[in-house]
Write a protein that binds this ligand. Structure first.
Ligand code: HH2
Length: 267
């Protein structure tokens, strides 16, 4: 999943794709690099970000979505706003990626009848305050329980199970240590029975571990994507699609080879 932020203030690419032309050019690059999904967002959810008025978020995102509908790639909209979800679905979007897991009033209703994919992400509280004092006794167990309960609630409202993907929400209401523990224990979330989506690309935990600024976090992001996929992630949300695809191609080919060798030994 390639990230396309149509925002002035996203933590790593804010302001770079804020005009329609720049956003479309970026979309073409992401596709040329091999993105299977484009995730288009119009509001930064970085820690402490000021919420954007709904009409501003819509005005940023909708013109881009309308131009992207003929790209022959699934488009995902990164939003918590039910009105934008509806308008985006009308514009041909096939996935709603909601960092608030459809908790805003009207969000569930917006996606229920649409037959779109839905990403439910773990986010305790709101981006403005989520980093104030994150505390967990067992972060993997608590995120797992939260996602399972949220998925159950959404299923009970009539959204089919095969429409859902789950996301532990790296960097959302978690300390660097929590993020580290979550990545180490990601395989405990993979058995929830839904595809896992992971977004670690360029995030501050990687900066903390490497001492690198946002622009220099590619190697760390690639390592994080590989570790996540190895532990069961099925979708990785990344800014650097070509490099991530290369890393995953090597992992996949070696994993295939190891599987073949194992089955030959058994036979
Ligand atoms: N992370 C960001 C935004 N949306 N969606 C999902 N499902 N998972 C994530 O981890 C996730 C997400 C934050 O990254 P980015 O879009 O690059 O930055 P910003 O929020 O500053 O626009």
């Amino acid at each position: 999943m390639g990230v396309l932020n149509v925002t002035p203030d996203s933590f790593s690419d804010g302001g770079r794709h804020a005009t329609l032309d720049a956003a479309l050019a970026r979309a073409r690059v992401l596709i040329d690099e091999g993105a299977d999904i484009l995730d288009v967002g119009g509001e930064s959810t970085r820690p402490g970000a000021t919420p954007v008025p709904a009409e501003v978020e819509r005005a940023r995102v909708l013109p881009v979505l309308r131009q992207l509908r003929d790209l022959a790639r699934p488009i995902s909209v990164d939003t918590s706003d039910p009105a934008l979800m509806r308008a985006a679905l009308d514009a041909g979007v096939s996935i709603v990626n909601d960092v608030r897991a459809l908790r805003r009033p009207g969000a569930l209703e917006a996606v229920r009848a649409a037959d779109c994919g839905v990403v439910l992400m773990h986010l305790p509280g709101e981006p403005a305050t989520m980093q104030d004092a994150p505390a967990y006794a067992d972060v993997v167990g608590e995120v797992r329980g939260w996602l399972a309960a949220r998925a159950d609630a959404v299923l009970a409202e009539g959204v089919a199970a095969d429409r859902l993907a789950l996301d532990p929400g790296f960097g959302f209401g978690k300390t660097h240590e929590h993020n580290r523990q979550l990545l180490a224990g990601l395989d405990r979330l993979a058995d929830l029975g839904r595809p896992l989506l992971v977004g670690l690309s360029r995030k501050s935990s990687l900066g903390r571990l490497t001492g690198r600024a946002v622009a220099d976090r590619l190697p760390a992001s690639l390592a994080a994507a590989l570790l996540a996929v190895e532990r069961g992630a099925r979708i990785v949300r990344v800014h650097d699609v070509a490099a991530t695809r290369d890393v995953l191609a090597i992992w996949e080919s070696v994993a295939d080879c190891a599987d073949r060798a194992r089955s030959e030994t058994l036979a």
